[in-house]
Ligand binder design. Structure first.
Ligand SMILES: Cc1cc2nc3c(=O)[nH]c(=O)nc-3n(C[C@H](O)[C@H](O)[C@H](O)COP(=O)(O)OP(=O)(O)OC[C@H]3O[C@@H](n4cnc5c(N)ncnc54)[C@H](O)[C@@H]3O)c2cc1C
Length: 270
């Protein structure tokens, strides 16, 4: 059987796309490895109607909603290869074909690696003040950014606290409430905002013929779009972080909805 659409990735973007495709009665397979980028966070900040909701619960509800739509199948798994046409290969060696593909695989958030950072990632160590700034408001905050954008990040974070310091060297350690700087100085720190770059999680998009854009302010290799959700590969659409200008759950949901609409349109005209 050839699916109308295979959605690769079942985070906010992929679930949203699958919901819209299901309601449009399109034969849709959603394949998801199950590792959304915000799984480390306690809550989703800034999502209307779900503000502060635990990511795990939010995605579980999204999967539950899909069960109402008989043309949608959700499958836990990983797509490891793809070829124009479109044929996708899963990690168990099986293959699936589809007329359209929506890439909603999210991105790999790369941040400086030093003791204490990983344990606090998505909590008091973060990349986005809109997601986490409210929770650390009025505390002493630190920005880690060696680039020319460091002063801008400080200016931005001052919306949440008057006490914001810029550091350009990777610290020795992040502890609860304090940071050990590279020279051994200990500084109060109730939240550390780190310059973070987003990278594609695999070369799947390239294998399908979808080109990456030039490196941007946020992402190293986000997909190039040629109109709403359309990649450079005909019939391959992108949603969520993989093509986002401003990554967030709200934007991923909107992008998934748009990509689904564009995929249905492609099915009608192709
Ligand atoms: C720590 C952290 C905290 C955040 N907090 C917030 C917040 O509070 N508020 C907010 O709005 N935004 C937040 N964000 C940003 C937000 O999480 C992302 O913008 C959003 O989740 C992107 O959704 P997505 O569907 O594009 O990707 P993801 O949510 O990352 O989902 C992608 C899915 O695709 C799967 N996948 C990847 N490759 C494959 C493959 N080859 N085959 C099958 N499946 C695959 C992944 O395992 C994953 O399940 C946070 C990000 C991080 C890193």
């Amino acid at each position: 059987m050839t699916w109308d659409c295979i959605v690769v990735g079942g985070g906010a973007a992929g679930l949203s796309a699958a919901l819209v495709l299901g309601r449009a009665r399109r034969r849709t397979l959603i394949i998801d490895k199950g590792e959304p980028s915000n799984r480390f966070a306690h809550g989703i900040g800034g999502l209307l109607g779900q503000d502060g909701r635990a990511p795990h619960d939010f995605y579980a509800d999204g999967r539950e909603e899909l069960k109402k739509y008989p043309s949608v199948e959700y499958r836990q798994g990983e797509v490891i290869d793809g070829a124009p046409g479109y044929t996708l290969t899963l990690q168990d060696g099986s293959t699936e074909t589809a007329t359209t593909v929506i890439l909603a695989t999210g991105m790999d958030y790369r941040y400086p690696d030093f003791p204490g950072a990983k344990e606090r990632w998505g909590d008091t160590a973060f990349h986005c003040p809109f997601c986490h700034g409210w929770e650390v408001r009025d505390r002493p905050l630190v920005v880690l950014d060696p680039s020319e954008f460091g002063p801008d990040r400080v200016k931005m974070l001052k919306g949440w606290s008057d006490d914001v310091t810029l550091i350009t060297e990777t610290p020795r350690e992040l502890r609860d409430g304090e940071l050990v700087l590279h020279d051994g100085t200990v500084r109060p720190c109730g939240g550390l905002m780190m310059a973070t770059r987003l990278h594609q999680r695999s070369d799947l998009a390239a294998r399908l013929g979808a080109e990456a854009a030039e490196p941007g302010h946020v992402a190293e290799d986000a997909l190039k779009l040629e109109g709403p959700a359309a990649t450079t590969a005909p019939g391959v659409f992108a949603a969520g972080d993989i093509a986002a200008f401003m990554p967030s759950v709200a934007n991923a949901i909107a992008a998934g909805s748009t990509a689904a609409g564009m995929a249905v349109h492609h099915l009608l005209v192709s």
